[in-house]
Design a protein around this ligand. Structure first.
Ligand code: LLP
Length: 418
């Protein structure tokens, strides 16, 4: 739950605002984002790495207001598309503080990165090294780059979000010698400046072992490259990936300072450490708020509680088998609990948000359910499946609620059709 979440007045309150008021004013479904909590989580990473760089992983959740918060908190930004770069700039971030990722950046994206003077481009393929070098030479600039390396570390997470193994579409394999070849090719390009090495082993990781193994391998590789080429490589970026808790009893991930302490000892003194946390900042800060529409009891089977959103605003249960929880948020109930299945309103049976959830047996239409830890990879992965409109993001702080991403309208949807 976000830090300011509390039960007062017999309803859930976040940032000093009650969920009944939020639902009445902004409608449901909605993501309610605790601004103070977001800034605190930024500060915790910043404090864990005072002499390094913290790039927020914008794919977790990005909008111009969040970009302004990052600026306030002294964080930089990791983007992986031209669209994310456009949001960064719309939010007023200096492109020099942006790191540009992606395994298949288009020529237009690379051109824009160079002309907007993006701080660093993370090169991900041999063809990209050539393309970027040509664009930088043409623009008469020396572009700072990091080489993305796959260090052969299998993070213990869902296979769709594990990225550090040798067989990956991302980066250059260390074991196969491709990473060393990429470093060689970057150093041979006068229009490129090698400022660092990068790895990202996966996401929703809750133990330290993978991070420390990757740090050791990457530091060893960095030293080897420095020795071989007689150069200094000033930065090691170990990516993001720190997991979060969704339900009571989920494994407790290490804190940012514990992650930094564990990897730091592997990193040579002259090398600046960088990280790219996304989920561990945005994830816990938001709650998804839904209204119950129907309760369907199937004798001898189960009870389905249907809410007014579903796999369009949270594809993670269907996509990764992610397990969430939900609570009755709009009132206190003393009724005994029973297990229900919380489902969305979409046109398929896989549209399940929470399985086997104990909820008070008097849950009824009009009640509000709150799903914690909904701040990362939910609004950013939301779709218009079944022509639903994507929910708003409402920031709450000190008793004030304001929309930072408005709800989509049917007009927004219809505007696309010719
Ligand atoms: N840096 C790079 C290069 C990345 O690819 C990612 C995430 C991050 C940083 C941020 O990772 P985080 O700290 O958020 O774990 N849609 C999936 C997650 C995909 C993560 C992709 N890359 C999900 O919903 O679980």
């Amino acid at each position: 739950w976000p830090h300011t979440a509390s039960w007062a007045g017999e309803e859930l309150r976040i940032g000093g605002v009650g969920v009944r008021e939020l639902a009445a004013e902004f409608g449901t479904p909605a993501y309610v984002l605790d601004e103070e909590d977001f800034l605190e989580r930024c500060a915790r990473w910043r404090q864990a790495l005072p002499d390094g760089e913290v790039h927020y992983g914008g794919k977790a959740f990005l909008c111009p207001e969040v970009v302004r918060w990052l600026d306030t908190a002294g964080l930089c930004l990791d983007v992986c598309t031209g669209g994310e770069l456009a949001v960064a700039v719309a939010g007023g971030m200096d492109p020099a503080r942006v790191v540009f990722h992606g395994n298949n950046k288009s020529l237009a994206e690379l051109r824009r990165a160079v002309s907007w003077r993006v701080g660093c481009v993370v090169v991900d393929s041999f063809s990209e090294i050539g393309r970027l070098a040509a664009l930088a030479a043409e623009a008469g600039v020396r572009q700072s780059v990091m080489v993305r390396v796959t260090p052969g570390v299998e993070a213990h997470t869902h296979e769709f979000i594990a990225t550090g193994g040798d067989d990956s579409k991302f980066g250059f394999s260390l074991r196969a010698g491709l990473a060393a070849e990429a470093v060689r090719r970057v150093l041979a390009e006068p229009s490129l400046e090698l400022t660092g090495l990068h790895s990202h082993i996966g996401s929703q990781i809750t133990d330290l072992a993978g991070f420390t193994l990757a740090a050791h391998r990457m530091a060893g590789f960095l030293r080897a490259m420095e020795d071989e080429h007689g150069v200094t490589i000033p930065k090691l970026d170990l990516g993001g990936g720190l997991g979060i808790v969704h339900r009571n009893g989920d494994p407790l991930p290490p804190r940012p300072d514990e992650v930094v302490a564990a990897v730091r000892e592997a990193v040579p003194d002259h090398v600046r450490l960088a990280v790219e946390p996304g989920r561990s900042i945005a994830g816990p800060t938001a709650v998804a708020l839904y209204e119950v529409g129907t309760v369907k009891e199937i004798p001898g089977a189960r009870t389905y509680v249907s809410v007014d959103g579903g796999m369009s605003d949270n594809p993670r249960p269907a996509m990764y088998g992610a397990a969430y929880t939900a609570v009755l948020a709009s009132r206190l109930s003393t009724a005994p609990t029973r297990e229900v299945t919380v489902v969305g309103k979409h046109c398929e049976s896989g549209d399940v948000l929470v399985r086997d959830l104990p909820l008070p047996s008097d849950v009824r239409p009009g009640d509000l359910l709150a799903v914690p830890a909904s701040g990362a990879y939910q609004r950013s992965m939301a779709s218009n499946y079944n022509h639903v409109t994507r929910p708003p993001v409402v920031a709450v702080r000190d008793g004030v609620a304001r929309v930072i991403v408005r709800r989509e309208t049917e007009e927004d949807l219809l505007r696309l059709y010719v």
